[in-house]
Design a binder for this molecule. Structure first.
Ligand SMILES: [Zn+2]
Ligand SMILES: [Zn+2]
Length: 418
Protein backbone atom coordinates (compact mmCIF):
# COMPACT_ATOMS: atom_id res chain seq x y z
CA UNK A 1 0.00 0.00 0.00
CA UNK A 2 1.27 3.48 -0.90
CA UNK A 3 1.77 6.06 1.79
CA UNK A 4 -0.69 9.00 1.47
CA UNK A 5 0.64 11.91 -0.54
CA UNK A 6 1.81 14.96 1.36
CA UNK A 7 -0.80 17.74 1.07
CA UNK A 8 -0.14 20.81 -1.08
CA UNK A 9 -0.42 22.98 2.06
CA UNK A 10 2.34 20.96 3.74
CA UNK A 11 4.54 21.04 0.62
CA UNK A 12 4.17 24.82 0.40
CA UNK A 13 4.85 25.23 4.10
CA UNK A 14 8.09 23.27 3.71
CA UNK A 15 8.97 25.28 0.60
CA UNK A 16 8.37 28.58 2.43
CA UNK A 17 10.83 27.54 5.15
CA UNK A 18 13.39 26.15 2.69
CA UNK A 19 13.19 29.17 0.35
CA UNK A 20 12.98 31.93 2.96
CA UNK A 21 16.65 32.96 2.64
CA UNK A 22 16.26 33.12 -1.14
CA UNK A 23 13.01 35.11 -0.94
CA UNK A 24 14.74 37.63 1.31
CA UNK A 25 17.83 37.78 -0.94
CA UNK A 26 15.75 38.34 -4.10
CA UNK A 27 13.63 40.97 -2.44
CA UNK A 28 16.66 42.85 -1.12
CA UNK A 29 18.39 42.65 -4.49
CA UNK A 30 15.34 44.15 -6.23
CA UNK A 31 14.98 46.68 -3.43
CA UNK A 32 18.57 47.89 -3.85
CA UNK A 33 18.16 47.97 -7.65
CA UNK A 34 14.68 49.40 -8.25
CA UNK A 35 13.50 50.25 -11.76
CA UNK A 36 10.65 52.51 -12.87
CA UNK A 37 7.72 51.42 -15.04
CA UNK A 38 8.66 50.11 -18.50
CA UNK A 39 12.33 50.22 -17.43
CA UNK A 40 12.40 46.93 -15.47
CA UNK A 41 15.18 45.52 -17.66
CA UNK A 42 17.44 44.15 -14.94
CA UNK A 43 14.55 42.83 -12.84
CA UNK A 44 13.05 41.10 -15.88
CA UNK A 45 16.37 39.43 -16.69
CA UNK A 46 16.73 38.09 -13.13
CA UNK A 47 13.19 36.71 -13.36
CA UNK A 48 13.56 35.18 -16.84
CA UNK A 49 16.93 33.57 -15.98
CA UNK A 50 15.37 32.07 -12.86
CA UNK A 51 12.37 30.61 -14.72
CA UNK A 52 14.62 29.14 -17.43
CA UNK A 53 16.93 27.60 -14.84
CA UNK A 54 13.87 25.93 -13.28
CA UNK A 55 13.11 24.19 -16.57
CA UNK A 56 9.91 26.06 -17.42
CA UNK A 57 8.10 24.93 -20.60
CA UNK A 58 8.04 28.46 -21.98
CA UNK A 59 9.55 31.77 -20.93
CA UNK A 60 8.43 34.79 -22.95
CA UNK A 61 10.27 38.08 -22.47
CA UNK A 62 9.65 41.68 -23.53
CA UNK A 63 5.89 41.31 -23.14
CA UNK A 64 4.44 44.83 -22.89
CA UNK A 65 8.03 46.17 -23.10
CA UNK A 66 9.67 44.49 -20.10
CA UNK A 67 7.22 41.85 -18.87
CA UNK A 68 8.03 38.17 -18.45
CA UNK A 69 5.57 35.30 -18.77
CA UNK A 70 6.51 31.76 -17.77
CA UNK A 71 4.51 28.60 -18.30
CA UNK A 72 4.93 25.53 -16.10
CA UNK A 73 3.03 22.38 -17.09
CA UNK A 74 2.19 20.04 -14.26
CA UNK A 75 2.50 16.27 -14.51
CA UNK A 76 -1.24 15.70 -14.20
CA UNK A 77 -4.06 16.88 -16.48
CA UNK A 78 -5.97 19.97 -15.47
CA UNK A 79 -6.85 23.60 -16.28
CA UNK A 80 -4.66 26.71 -16.49
CA UNK A 81 -4.32 29.19 -13.66
CA UNK A 82 -2.49 32.53 -13.84
CA UNK A 83 -0.56 34.27 -11.05
CA UNK A 84 0.55 37.86 -11.36
CA UNK A 85 3.28 39.95 -9.69
CA UNK A 86 4.16 43.53 -10.59
CA UNK A 87 7.82 44.56 -10.87
CA UNK A 88 8.02 48.36 -11.05
CA UNK A 89 9.26 50.85 -8.46
CA UNK A 90 8.26 54.48 -7.81
CA UNK A 91 9.90 57.90 -8.18
CA UNK A 92 10.45 58.17 -4.41
CA UNK A 93 13.73 58.83 -2.53
CA UNK A 94 14.10 56.19 0.16
CA UNK A 95 14.37 57.23 3.81
CA UNK A 96 14.36 53.76 5.39
CA UNK A 97 17.58 52.95 7.23
CA UNK A 98 18.37 49.45 5.98
CA UNK A 99 21.62 48.04 4.55
CA UNK A 100 19.97 47.42 1.17
CA UNK A 101 18.47 50.91 1.01
CA UNK A 102 18.01 52.24 -2.52
CA UNK A 103 20.22 55.07 -3.71
CA UNK A 104 19.09 54.71 -7.32
CA UNK A 105 18.19 57.76 -9.35
CA UNK A 106 16.45 58.05 -12.69
CA UNK A 107 14.35 60.31 -14.90
CA UNK A 108 10.58 60.28 -14.45
CA UNK A 109 8.60 62.31 -17.00
CA UNK A 110 11.59 64.57 -17.55
CA UNK A 111 12.39 65.11 -13.87
CA UNK A 112 15.40 63.66 -12.04
CA UNK A 113 14.25 61.63 -9.02
CA UNK A 114 15.16 58.96 -6.51
CA UNK A 115 13.77 55.49 -7.18
CA UNK A 116 12.38 53.20 -4.49
CA UNK A 117 10.27 50.09 -4.16
CA UNK A 118 7.86 52.08 -2.02
CA UNK A 119 4.84 49.92 -2.92
CA UNK A 120 6.36 46.51 -2.19
CA UNK A 121 6.51 45.25 -5.77
CA UNK A 122 10.01 43.95 -4.94
CA UNK A 123 8.31 41.61 -2.47
CA UNK A 124 5.63 40.61 -5.00
CA UNK A 125 8.28 39.66 -7.58
CA UNK A 126 10.31 37.70 -5.00
CA UNK A 127 7.19 35.85 -3.81
CA UNK A 128 6.22 34.79 -7.34
CA UNK A 129 9.81 33.67 -8.05
CA UNK A 130 9.61 31.59 -4.88
CA UNK A 131 6.30 30.03 -5.99
CA UNK A 132 7.91 29.22 -9.35
CA UNK A 133 10.71 27.40 -7.58
CA UNK A 134 8.38 25.58 -5.19
CA UNK A 135 6.06 24.50 -8.03
CA UNK A 136 8.96 23.37 -10.25
CA UNK A 137 10.06 21.04 -7.45
CA UNK A 138 6.58 19.46 -7.19
CA UNK A 139 5.53 19.72 -10.83
CA UNK A 140 4.72 15.99 -11.18
CA UNK A 141 1.96 16.50 -8.64
CA UNK A 142 0.41 19.62 -10.20
CA UNK A 143 -2.95 18.97 -11.92
CA UNK A 144 -2.77 21.49 -14.76
CA UNK A 145 -0.68 24.42 -15.94
CA UNK A 146 0.48 27.53 -14.12
CA UNK A 147 1.13 30.77 -15.93
CA UNK A 148 3.47 33.18 -14.13
CA UNK A 149 2.89 36.79 -15.14
CA UNK A 150 5.60 39.29 -14.12
CA UNK A 151 4.10 42.63 -15.05
CA UNK A 152 5.78 45.98 -15.73
CA UNK A 153 4.46 49.49 -15.08
CA UNK A 154 1.62 48.83 -12.64
CA UNK A 155 2.17 52.34 -11.25
CA UNK A 156 1.45 53.60 -14.81
CA UNK A 157 4.04 53.88 -17.58
CA UNK A 158 5.89 57.16 -18.19
CA UNK A 159 3.93 59.87 -20.02
CA UNK A 160 3.37 59.07 -23.66
CA UNK A 161 4.03 55.34 -23.30
CA UNK A 162 1.73 52.34 -23.18
CA UNK A 163 2.20 49.52 -20.73
CA UNK A 164 1.02 47.52 -17.76
CA UNK A 165 -1.70 44.90 -17.48
CA UNK A 166 -3.79 46.27 -20.35
CA UNK A 167 -0.92 45.99 -22.79
CA UNK A 168 -0.01 42.50 -21.53
CA UNK A 169 -3.58 41.38 -22.21
CA UNK A 170 -3.44 42.93 -25.70
CA UNK A 171 -0.28 40.91 -26.26
CA UNK A 172 -2.14 37.75 -25.33
CA UNK A 173 -0.78 36.79 -21.89
CA UNK A 174 -4.03 35.18 -20.82
CA UNK A 175 -4.25 33.12 -24.04
CA UNK A 176 -2.47 30.07 -25.41
CA UNK A 177 -2.87 28.29 -23.09
CA UNK A 178 -6.04 30.05 -21.93
CA UNK A 179 -6.10 30.79 -18.20
CA UNK A 180 -9.36 30.03 -16.38
CA UNK A 181 -8.68 32.14 -13.29
CA UNK A 182 -6.12 34.61 -12.00
CA UNK A 183 -4.85 35.42 -8.52
CA UNK A 184 -2.68 38.27 -7.31
CA UNK A 185 -1.63 39.77 -4.00
CA UNK A 186 -0.44 43.09 -2.64
CA UNK A 187 1.47 43.69 0.57
CA UNK A 188 0.35 46.57 2.73
CA UNK A 189 1.68 48.34 5.80
CA UNK A 190 -1.92 49.03 6.85
CA UNK A 191 -2.11 45.44 8.10
CA UNK A 192 0.06 43.57 10.58
CA UNK A 193 2.32 40.81 9.35
CA UNK A 194 0.38 37.56 9.33
CA UNK A 195 -2.90 39.17 8.32
CA UNK A 196 -4.41 38.19 4.98
CA UNK A 197 -7.54 39.91 3.70
CA UNK A 198 -9.79 40.26 0.70
CA UNK A 199 -13.17 41.63 -0.25
CA UNK A 200 -15.71 40.30 -2.75
CA UNK A 201 -16.96 42.62 -5.51
CA UNK A 202 -15.69 46.19 -5.95
CA UNK A 203 -12.68 46.37 -3.66
CA UNK A 204 -10.34 48.96 -5.13
CA UNK A 205 -11.31 52.20 -6.83
CA UNK A 206 -11.26 53.35 -10.42
CA UNK A 207 -8.71 56.13 -10.88
CA UNK A 208 -9.06 58.97 -13.36
CA UNK A 209 -7.38 62.34 -13.44
CA UNK A 210 -8.85 65.58 -14.63
CA UNK A 211 -7.27 68.78 -15.87
CA UNK A 212 -9.27 71.99 -16.06
CA UNK A 213 -7.92 75.11 -17.66
CA UNK A 214 -9.88 78.22 -16.74
CA UNK A 215 -9.42 81.00 -19.26
CA UNK A 216 -10.02 84.58 -18.12
CA UNK A 217 -8.64 87.86 -19.39
CA UNK A 218 -5.47 89.25 -17.91
CA UNK A 219 -5.58 92.71 -16.40
CA UNK A 220 -4.17 94.96 -13.67
CA UNK A 221 -5.06 93.59 -10.24
CA UNK A 222 -6.22 97.07 -9.20
CA UNK A 223 -8.76 97.18 -12.06
CA UNK A 224 -10.44 93.76 -12.08
CA UNK A 225 -13.46 95.09 -14.01
CA UNK A 226 -11.19 95.48 -17.04
CA UNK A 227 -10.66 91.73 -17.34
CA UNK A 228 -12.02 88.36 -16.22
CA UNK A 229 -10.42 86.95 -13.08
CA UNK A 230 -9.78 83.20 -13.54
CA UNK A 231 -8.57 82.84 -9.93
CA UNK A 232 -11.99 83.74 -8.55
CA UNK A 233 -13.76 81.63 -11.18
CA UNK A 234 -11.47 78.65 -10.53
CA UNK A 235 -12.12 79.01 -6.78
CA UNK A 236 -15.86 78.81 -7.46
CA UNK A 237 -15.23 75.72 -9.58
CA UNK A 238 -13.30 74.08 -6.72
CA UNK A 239 -16.26 74.74 -4.42
CA UNK A 240 -18.74 73.62 -7.08
CA UNK A 241 -16.91 70.32 -7.45
CA UNK A 242 -17.52 69.67 -3.74
CA UNK A 243 -21.18 69.15 -4.59
CA UNK A 244 -20.58 66.35 -7.12
CA UNK A 245 -20.24 63.59 -4.53
CA UNK A 246 -22.19 65.20 -1.69
CA UNK A 247 -25.27 66.25 -3.73
CA UNK A 248 -25.32 64.26 -6.99
CA UNK A 249 -24.24 60.72 -6.07
CA UNK A 250 -26.33 58.05 -4.42
CA UNK A 251 -23.99 57.48 -1.47
CA UNK A 252 -25.94 54.46 -0.27
CA UNK A 253 -24.74 52.62 -3.36
CA UNK A 254 -20.99 53.24 -3.33
CA UNK A 255 -18.67 55.96 -2.00
CA UNK A 256 -16.72 58.13 -4.41
CA UNK A 257 -14.14 60.91 -4.29
CA UNK A 258 -13.41 64.07 -6.25
CA UNK A 259 -10.24 65.87 -5.13
CA UNK A 260 -8.52 68.94 -6.55
CA UNK A 261 -4.79 68.49 -5.97
CA UNK A 262 -3.36 71.30 -8.11
CA UNK A 263 -4.42 74.96 -8.30
CA UNK A 264 -1.96 76.95 -10.34
CA UNK A 265 -2.14 80.47 -11.69
CA UNK A 266 -0.60 83.92 -11.56
CA UNK A 267 2.92 85.31 -11.35
CA UNK A 268 2.62 88.58 -9.41
CA UNK A 269 0.52 90.09 -6.65
CA UNK A 270 -0.67 92.95 -8.85
CA UNK A 271 -1.63 91.06 -12.00
CA UNK A 272 -4.81 89.11 -12.58
CA UNK A 273 -3.62 86.28 -14.83
CA UNK A 274 -5.09 84.96 -18.04
CA UNK A 275 -5.35 81.38 -16.93
CA UNK A 276 -5.63 79.04 -13.94
CA UNK A 277 -4.95 75.34 -14.17
CA UNK A 278 -6.65 72.83 -11.88
CA UNK A 279 -5.82 69.14 -11.64
CA UNK A 280 -7.39 66.42 -9.57
CA UNK A 281 -8.43 62.83 -9.22
CA UNK A 282 -11.73 60.94 -9.35
CA UNK A 283 -12.19 57.62 -7.50
CA UNK A 284 -15.27 55.42 -7.74
CA UNK A 285 -16.36 51.81 -7.10
CA UNK A 286 -19.04 51.69 -9.77
CA UNK A 287 -18.66 52.22 -13.51
CA UNK A 288 -22.06 54.00 -13.86
CA UNK A 289 -21.23 56.46 -11.09
CA UNK A 290 -17.86 56.97 -12.67
CA UNK A 291 -19.45 58.07 -15.96
CA UNK A 292 -21.94 60.31 -14.11
CA UNK A 293 -19.17 62.00 -12.13
CA UNK A 294 -17.24 62.70 -15.32
CA UNK A 295 -20.31 64.48 -16.74
CA UNK A 296 -20.90 66.49 -13.56
CA UNK A 297 -17.26 67.61 -13.31
CA UNK A 298 -17.37 68.77 -16.90
CA UNK A 299 -20.72 70.53 -16.69
CA UNK A 300 -20.14 72.24 -13.33
CA UNK A 301 -16.75 73.55 -14.47
CA UNK A 302 -18.00 74.83 -17.81
CA UNK A 303 -21.18 76.42 -16.46
CA UNK A 304 -19.52 78.13 -13.49
CA UNK A 305 -16.85 79.49 -15.82
CA UNK A 306 -19.52 80.75 -18.22
CA UNK A 307 -21.39 82.44 -15.36
CA UNK A 308 -18.27 84.45 -14.58
CA UNK A 309 -17.52 85.34 -18.18
CA UNK A 310 -14.63 82.86 -18.38
CA UNK A 311 -14.20 79.57 -20.23
CA UNK A 312 -13.28 76.20 -18.75
CA UNK A 313 -11.80 73.41 -20.78
CA UNK A 314 -12.04 70.03 -19.01
CA UNK A 315 -9.96 67.01 -19.93
CA UNK A 316 -10.48 63.72 -18.07
CA UNK A 317 -8.05 60.86 -18.50
CA UNK A 318 -9.29 57.39 -17.56
CA UNK A 319 -6.60 55.32 -15.89
CA UNK A 320 -7.67 52.15 -14.09
CA UNK A 321 -11.11 50.59 -13.86
CA UNK A 322 -12.68 49.41 -10.61
CA UNK A 323 -10.94 46.32 -9.21
CA UNK A 324 -13.79 43.85 -8.88
CA UNK A 325 -13.07 40.60 -7.09
CA UNK A 326 -15.14 37.80 -8.64
CA UNK A 327 -17.78 37.20 -5.91
CA UNK A 328 -17.97 33.38 -6.14
CA UNK A 329 -14.24 32.91 -6.57
CA UNK A 330 -13.60 35.22 -3.60
CA UNK A 331 -16.12 33.31 -1.47
CA UNK A 332 -14.32 30.12 -2.49
CA UNK A 333 -10.89 31.62 -1.72
CA UNK A 334 -11.55 32.88 1.81
CA UNK A 335 -11.70 29.45 3.52
CA UNK A 336 -8.60 28.35 1.57
CA UNK A 337 -6.73 31.41 2.84
CA UNK A 338 -8.02 30.79 6.37
CA UNK A 339 -6.82 27.19 6.27
CA UNK A 340 -3.33 28.26 5.12
CA UNK A 341 -2.82 31.44 7.15
CA UNK A 342 -4.95 30.51 10.17
CA UNK A 343 -8.61 31.54 10.59
CA UNK A 344 -7.72 34.17 13.19
CA UNK A 345 -5.49 35.90 10.60
CA UNK A 346 -7.90 36.09 7.67
CA UNK A 347 -10.72 38.56 7.23
CA UNK A 348 -12.81 40.64 4.90
CA UNK A 349 -11.36 44.12 4.54
CA UNK A 350 -12.79 47.57 3.84
CA UNK A 351 -12.67 49.03 0.35
CA UNK A 352 -9.32 50.51 -0.62
CA UNK A 353 -9.17 53.91 -2.35
CA UNK A 354 -6.06 53.04 -4.31
CA UNK A 355 -6.36 51.63 -7.82
CA UNK A 356 -4.84 48.58 -9.49
CA UNK A 357 -4.51 47.54 -13.10
CA UNK A 358 -5.11 43.95 -11.95
CA UNK A 359 -8.68 45.12 -12.65
CA UNK A 360 -8.06 44.62 -16.39
CA UNK A 361 -7.19 40.94 -15.90
CA UNK A 362 -10.39 40.50 -13.88
CA UNK A 363 -12.43 41.85 -16.80
CA UNK A 364 -11.15 38.96 -18.90
CA UNK A 365 -11.35 36.03 -16.47
CA UNK A 366 -12.47 35.48 -12.85
CA UNK A 367 -9.83 36.89 -10.53
CA UNK A 368 -9.12 37.54 -6.87
CA UNK A 369 -6.75 40.19 -5.59
CA UNK A 370 -5.94 39.93 -1.89
CA UNK A 371 -3.84 41.72 0.72
CA UNK A 372 -0.98 40.51 2.90
CA UNK A 373 0.09 42.58 5.91
CA UNK A 374 3.74 43.67 6.23
CA UNK A 375 3.92 45.75 9.42
CA UNK A 376 5.95 43.98 12.13
CA UNK A 377 4.40 43.26 15.54
CA UNK A 378 6.31 46.06 17.29
CA UNK A 379 4.74 48.74 15.09
CA UNK A 380 1.17 49.99 14.74
CA UNK A 381 -0.37 49.42 11.28
CA UNK A 382 -2.60 52.49 11.81
CA UNK A 383 0.41 54.79 12.05
CA UNK A 384 2.97 52.86 9.95
CA UNK A 385 4.19 54.74 6.87
CA UNK A 386 1.80 53.81 4.05
CA UNK A 387 2.66 52.30 0.67
CA UNK A 388 4.26 55.02 -1.54
CA UNK A 389 5.86 56.72 1.47
CA UNK A 390 9.69 57.13 1.48
CA UNK A 391 9.49 55.41 4.89
CA UNK A 392 7.44 52.40 3.69
CA UNK A 393 8.83 49.43 5.62
CA UNK A 394 8.41 45.74 4.85
CA UNK A 395 8.59 42.99 7.46
CA UNK A 396 10.11 40.22 5.35
CA UNK A 397 8.11 37.58 7.26
CA UNK A 398 5.35 38.48 4.80
CA UNK A 399 7.27 36.82 1.97
CA UNK A 400 6.70 33.26 3.15
CA UNK A 401 3.05 34.03 3.89
CA UNK A 402 2.68 35.39 0.36
CA UNK A 403 4.25 32.27 -1.10
CA UNK A 404 1.98 29.94 0.84
CA UNK A 405 -1.26 31.84 0.23
CA UNK A 406 -0.85 32.77 -3.44
CA UNK A 407 0.70 29.40 -4.27
CA UNK A 408 -1.93 27.60 -2.21
CA UNK A 409 -4.86 29.29 -3.99
CA UNK A 410 -3.39 28.30 -7.37
CA UNK A 411 -2.92 24.63 -6.44
CA UNK A 412 -6.30 24.37 -4.74
CA UNK A 413 -8.03 25.95 -7.75
CA UNK A 414 -6.30 23.57 -10.18
CA UNK A 415 -7.20 20.56 -8.06
CA UNK A 416 -10.82 21.72 -7.70
CA UNK A 417 -11.22 22.27 -11.45
CA UNK A 418 -9.14 19.38 -12.82
ZN1 LIG B 1 1.51 51.50 -5.60
ZN1 LIG C 1 1.37 48.46 -5.79
Amino acid sequence: MNAPETSFDALLEQAAVRLEPRLVAWRRDFHANPELGNREVRTAKVVADHLRALGFDAVREKVAHTGVVGVLKGGRPGPVVALRADMDALPVSEEVDVAFRSTARAQWNGLECGVMHACGHDAHTAILMGIAEAFAAMRDRIPGTVKFIFQPAEETPPLGENGGAKMMIEEGVLKNPDAGAIFGLHISSSFRTGFVGARPGPSMASADDFRISVQGTQTHAAMPWRGVDPIVVASQIVMGLQTVVSRRMNLTKEPSIVTVGVFRGGVRHNIIPDEVKLEGTIRTYDEEQRAEIHEHVKRISEMIAASGGARAHVHIHKWYDVTVNHPELTAWSMPVLARIAGPQNVGEIDKICGAEDFSFFQQQIPGVFFWVGCTPPDRDPDTAAPNHSPRFYVDEKCLGIGLRTLGGLALEWLAANA
